[in-house]
Design a binder for this molecule. Structure first.
Ligand SMILES: Cc1cc2nc3c(=O)[nH]c(=O)nc-3n(C[C@H](O)[C@H](O)[C@H](O)COP(=O)(O)O)c2cc1C
Length: 185
């Protein structure tokens, strides 16, 4: 049984729903980076013993919120000892605009995983991009590096497009399957 941890920040609750959707699909452990940019001491132990770590953050001003960056900088303590090297990693971001510079955030999560010597898992799902495509489709935002979610600016946390939530579930299953292959090898 693989151990997968999802560490995320959410300012207003939308990214929290995505993190929960992702984690519930594969019984992953959820770790919230709080409004002060901190996680609990036992959360660091959970991350250290995880087979896979998934980073999640909304896109604020074209990047991660400062709280997630504080967590990322705090993880340098693990970098010094290569504590997270060779773990499986993935990531997701959520923002209001269809584009909204989400890719910048995703690449920063990928880079953080790479700094730690991780094995990054791409989204692995074909885009839904024909004339008949809708926001109920899987991967209608056409992501490839990781999971992209768009929560319209006036959407409540219960109004995240269903296709994006389904994409989160499918990405979760992919990360779990790859992690289990990896730890069995
Ligand atoms: C300070 C701030 C900056 C934001 N910057 C962006 C942005 O660069 N691109 C974008 O598409 N949406 C941006 N948004 C919208 C959020 O990404 C969007 O509302 C998201 O769903 C918030 O997630 P959360 O509820 O988990 O905090 C910004 C919101 C805030 C509060």
């Amino acid at each position: 049984m693989s151990k997968i941890a999802v560490v995320y920040h959410s300012g207003y609750g939308h990214t929290k729903v995505i993190a929960e959707t992702f984690a519930n699909e594969i019984q992953a452990t959820l770790i919230e980076v709080d409004q002060e940019g901190n996680i609990q001491d036992q959360d660091w132990d959970t991350l250290d013993t995880a087979d896979a770590i998934v980073f999640g953050a909304p896109t604020y001003m074209g990047g991660v919120p400062w709280q997630f960056k504080k967590f990322a900088d705090a993880s340098s303590k693990r970098w010094f000892t290569r504590a997270w090297a060779d773990k499986v990693f993935g990531g997701f971001t959520n923002s209001a605009s269809m584009n909204g510079d989400k890719q910048v955030t995703l690449i920063s999560l990928h880079t953080l995983a790479s700094q730690h010597g991780g094995i990054w898992v791409s989204l692995g799902l074909a885009p839904s991009n024909t004339k008949s495509a809708t926001r109920q489709d899987v991967n209608s935002l056409g992501g490839s590096v990781g999971l992209l979610v768009q929560s319209p600016a006036d959407a409540s946390v219960d109004e995240i497009p269903s296709g994006d939530l389904e994409t989160a579930k499918q990405y979760a299953k992919r990360i779990k399957a790859i992690t289990e292959k990896f730890i069995a090898a």
